[in-house]
Design a protein around this ligand. Structure first.
Ligand code: 1OR
Length: 289
């Protein structure tokens, strides 16, 4: 289906003639999968997604090639198909290595989102295959929704204690991939013992964690969650089944991250998450009779 937003734009008869770069069906299928796990693109469906797939252009680069140079103008963003790249930014006059990119990552979106010069330099570390998306297609299909999501969540995410130390740029990428889930009072969000692949942050409402502490007794309350609190991280960092139930206490709105995005974006917070998790054992010891 064509979203109201995109339809409105075509209807306004702006001359949007998206570029079409022919690809095999196999490649299109593959790109569709790539986009569904890539930040900013994971929300696309149907016609819009198809337009983006058609417009993407394959680009091969060699070891040492500069794909983006800080300060230049920019007219495309890139998704990495294969290979690795290094990102550098001038800080106090020196090029500092700030991060690496590999398959599935995207970069070069800032110049398009904010009409700004390139904010960093990106250099191929070995041979790479990239997919580029042109500014026109990005502006028509992706930009408005991405800007809205970033603005909508910037404030809330900056107040989530867990994310306080995170770079604002990385928090904005989090806003790109977060999805929203709603629950009614008493709904189970998580069941103890099940396999878990999702991480939750409470946006609105309250939830309670209960856990079977003695095998012959019902689950006991161990924790309460309020907006800004998170849960569901243990199964993801320990690769273990869910260690407790979580149930909605009221209408509950959660922001959720799948395992892949969790690892990629919250990977750097794993030490904090593990440290915080030690706290659970104290609660269990206190609750257990
Ligand atoms: P661009 O179009 O400005 C350079 O081209 C790209 O580098 C940029 O989009 C981002 O995709 C990517 N600050 C600015 N740009 C960054 C950063 C970054 N990291 C990646 N890019 N910071 C790093 C945060 C860990 C902030 C550094 C102070």
């Amino acid at each position: 289906a064509v979203s109201a937003e995109a339809y409105g734009k075509w209807n306004k008869k702006e001359d949007f003639h998206p570029r079409v770069i022919p690809k095999s069906q196999e490649t299109e299928k593959h790109l569709s999968k790539r986009l569904s796990t890539s930040f900013m693109f994971s929300h696309l469906h149907g016609t819009e997604k198809n337009i983006v797939i058609q417009a993407m252009e394959e680009k091969k680069v060699n070891n040492g090639d500069t794909v983006i140079r800080e300060g230049d103008g920019g007219n495309e963003l890139y998704i990495v198909e294969s290979g690795n790249l290094k990102c550098y930014k001038k800080i106090a006059g020196e090029d500092k290595h700030i991060k690496d990119y590999s398959a599935g990552d995207a970069f070069g979106e800032l110049a398009l989102l904010y009409n700004a010069p390139r904010a960093a330099t990106i250099i191929a570390d070995g041979q790479c295959i990239l997919w580029s998306l042109d500014r026109e297609c990005f502006n028509h299909i992706v930009k408005d929704a991405a800007m809205r999501r970033r603005e909508k969540y910037a404030d809330f995410l900056s107040k989530v204690e867990l994310l306080a130390g995170m770079d604002p740029y990385e928090r904005s990428q989090l806003a790109d991939v977060l999805k929203t889930l709603f629950f009614a009072a008493n709904d189970f969000v998580i069941r103890q013992g099940e396999e878990g692949n999702v991480f939750y942050i409470v946006e609105e409402g309250n939830a309670v964690a209960t856990k079977v502490l003695n095998p012959d007794q019902p689950a006991q309350e161990v924790l309460r969650y309020m907006p800004g609190d998170y849960f569901g991280e243990l199964a993801l960092i320990r690769n273990e089944p869910r260690a407790a139930n979580v149930q909605a206490v009221s209408d509950l709105k959660c922001l959720v991250l799948d395992r892949h995005s969790f690892k990629r974006l919250l990977g750097p917070l794993e030490d904090i998450l593990r440290r915080n998790a030690k706290h659970y054992e104290d609660i269990v010891a206190k609750t257990k009779v």
